[in-house]
Write a protein that binds this ligand. Structure first.
Ligand code: PHE
Length: 343
């Protein structure tokens, strides 16, 4: 019995000296010191011994029990102190862990820049649905069914017909679709930009994508005229391409403005001399614009005899391509980290 007790003591002390964490310590407590542990079992066996032996072994067993409990508490205390030390004084000489930083898509960068500019000019930023009705995307913008301008903006239709048997829901082809929604919701006067994703049924190549981004601008108030439009677009050009940027406007037909125009800026690369980027014209065609057509104001619930408006639309992909020298529009949606990590 004495040998057994000594063996148990040695085993316990050996295992205790190897304790490195609290779980291991708890397993030792369970194995030796708990109510069903090895030590209790041995104490239990004492009753089977003869009187003399039982007394002697009993004294020894109790001494060992006390010793083991003390040693156990000591080990527990040490472990806790270690833990406190470990958490309160980190080793500042260890090399740091590098955390992963995501990157903003270059389109988001250009969009943020434009939003900053326009909010500083008093515009609010508003949003609209990407899945749009035929009415808001075309008809209310003065492009009724069978209007030839629809051919230039073929898109993706949702495969469900309305009560009149027509395919009525489509992926919007332009952020201009939010013009009417904004007028209906906020009325006049109104000064807003609308950034967003647009879609067209395109055969894709380095310059054409089925999914792209625009920023629309809309100002409605009394006496809004063409010189207001010109000054806004000049400010934008100078902000985007530098203070010496010049602008020219050329007539262009858009059904929802009258008169309509394209605004072009002097090429920021060759400063107007002519280069590959501007196709040797010295000018970059950046924005479609015009004065809001009276029919469109009417569709938005605004009286064209009292109010007038201006509207313009930028292609964000094109701006980002120019700004960051990107030569393939398909890269924006490619999810290619090698591309995205450059920005
Ligand atoms: N929505 C037109 C397009 O996608 C751009 C535009 C916006 C033109 C506003 C005039 C006014 O081509």
């Amino acid at each position: 019995m004495k040998d057994k007790l000594n063996n148990l003591r040695n085993k316990f002390l050996q295992e205790l000296s190897e304790v490195k964490d609290i779980n291991y310590l708890r397993s030792i407590e369970l194995k030796y010191l708990s109510r069903k542990g090895e030590l209790s079992e041995m104490l239990h066996e004492l009753k089977d011994l003869g009187d003399d032996l039982r007394q002697e072994a009993g004294i020894m067993a109790n001494r060992i029990k006390k010793e083991l409990q003390e040693k156990f508490l000591e080990a527990e205390k040490l472990l806790n102190e270690d833990k406190v030390q470990a958490t309160s004084s980190p080793d500042v000489t260890l090399p740091g862990e590098k955390s992963f930083h995501g990157h903003l898509n270059p389109i988001t960068l250009v969009q943020n820049e434009l939003e900053d500019l326009f909010t500083s000019l008093g515009f609010s930023v508003i949003d609209g649905p990407e899945l749009e009705s035929d009415y808001y995307n075309f008809t209310a913008l003065n492009v009724p069914p069978s209007h030839p301008a629809r051919d230039m903006q073929d898109t993706f239709y949702v495969d469900s017909k309305n009560k009149e048997g027509q395919f009525d829901l489509l992926m919007r082809t332009q952020t201009s679709s939010v013009q009417i929604r904004a007028m209906q919701k906020y009325g006049a006067p109104l000064k807003a930009v609308i950034p967003g994703r647009c879609f067209r049924n395109e055969a894709t190549d380095a310059r054409h994508e089925h999914t792209f981004y625009q920023v629309e601008g809309l100002v409605i108030d009394k006496d809004i005229n063409f010189s207001n439009l010109k000054s806004f677009l000049e400010i934008v050009g100078q902000r985007l391409f530098g203070p010496n940027t010049k602008m020219r406007m050329r007539p262009k037909f858009f059904p929802f403005v009258e008169p309509g125009n394209n605004a072009e800026y002097t090429c920021f690369l060759c400063r107007g001399k002519g280069c590959r980027v501007c196709k040797y014209t010295g000018w970059l065609e950046i924005v479609g614009a015009g004065l809001v057509h009276p029919e469109v104001l009417r569709a938005g619930g605004i009286d064209p005899d009292v109010y007038s408006g201006l509207a313009f639309g930028f292609g964000l992909n094109r701006l980002a391509m120019l700004k960051y020298n990107i030569n393939d529009v398909r890269l924006f949606n490619s999810n290619d980290l090698k591309f995205l990590e450059q920005f």
